[in-house]
Write a protein that binds this ligand. Structure first.
Ligand code: SF4
Ligand code: SF4
Length: 312
């Protein structure tokens, strides 16, 4: 039977997730919990609900159908309209039955994360085959963390390759080596995220130790895989020239397996997603990093012979 996973988005015409024009498949569920996360809807391993305040007409249908009394009546909103969504669904009572989503005819409530089989995903991905062939693109699997779903991810990558579609696997690398090793034959390119080299800081800001991540990257390089290293550049975390010099030295030691480094400057465009999920975000008031502020970091990489881009 075809494997199934929760998918939050199948994004067509993507140009920032590997070479050429690609379709990017987002899996829901992540083993890290990065404080700056740009895809907060992909962290939890269960379906969630977006409440889009601007579309809500306060009709009360969701309140009427909720069997758990998890939705507060509009009268409880008081004067604080801007932050009303933060306490409209009581997440401790909600059992994610999604009846409120079905009842909302205004599109204000949206289920985030739908179960899809590998076949269903591939059907959608295959539609753009001519674009992939013309542009040197393909499919990218990301999340969340695809290695948290090894069977699904393996079957998806293999199915794409069988259809003549180039594959990229975007991973934090935080998994058992055996999992990565089992995916190697089906990933044409690894998009491998590196956040910082300090173990202590890594635990503080992502929730996990970086030792297995760095060890797995070394092993992938020793195996001669094609690797694009992606570094989110986060203010006051990993954006100092001194730190980036250390990262560049580490990557240079890995040899020709590292085809490219993508620097991904922090942005706060995802703030709406946090609001729709009813979550606070400590980076909500942090300004997006202009590309010009990352230029020096790009120079550090290129001085060490690493082909580097500044991505979106
Ligand atoms: S059903 Fe939709 S529009 Fe009506 S109150 Fe609920 S969220 Fe708002
Ligand atoms: S998902 Fe179900 S339990 Fe949760 S708020 Fe909606 S109707 Fe209530």
């Amino acid at each position: 039977m075809s494997q199934e996973a929760l998918i939050t988005n199948i994004q067509r015409y993507s140009i920032n997730d590997g070479p050429g024009i690609r379709t990017t498949v987002f899996l829901k569920g992540c083993t890290l919990n990065c404080a700056w996360c740009h895809n907060p809807e992909c962290i939890h391993f269960f379906p969630e609900i977006y409440w889009k305040q601007s579309l809500c007409r306060q009709c009360g249908r969701c309140f009427d159908v909720c069997p758990q009394e998890a939705i507060q009546p509009p009268i409880a909103l008081g004067q604080d309209k801007e932050n009303a969504h933060y306490y409209k669904i009581d997440l401790s009572r909600c059992d994610r039955c999604m009846r409120c989503v079905e009842a909302c005819i205004y599109g204000a409530l949206v289920q985030v994360g739908e179960p899809k089989t590998v076949e269903e995903v591939l059907e959608e991905v295959e539609r753009d085959l001519p674009f992939y062939l013309n542009s040197g693109g393909g499919m990218t699997v990301t999340g969340g963390e695809p290695t948290a779903f090894p069977d699904f991810t393996r079957e998806l990558l293999r199915g794409a390759q069988e259809r003549g579609i180039h594959t990229c696997l975007d991973t934090s690398g935080f998994c058992e080596w055996e999992v990565l090793d089992s995916l190697r034959p089906y990933a044409n390119i690894f998009l491998y995220d590196i956040k910082c080299l300090s173990g202590k800081l890594h635990v503080m800001r992502t929730g996990v130790n970086n030792s297995p991540i760095l060890a797995n990257l070394r092993r992938l390089a020793e195996c001669g895989e094609h690797i694009i290293v992606r570094i989110p550049v986060i203010p006051a975390f990993n954006d100092s020239p001194e730190h980036m010099e250390k990262v560049a030295d580490f990557l240079r030691e890995l040899g020709p397996a590292v085809m490219q480094v993508d620097l991904l400057p922090f942005h706060n465009w995802c703030h709406d997603k946090y609001r729709w999920l009813g979550r606070e975000w400590e980076y909500r008031d942090v300004q997006s990093l202009p590309v010009s502020e990352v230029d020096d970091l790009l120079d550090i990489m290129e001085e060490r012979g690493l082909k580097t881009t500044i991505g979106g």
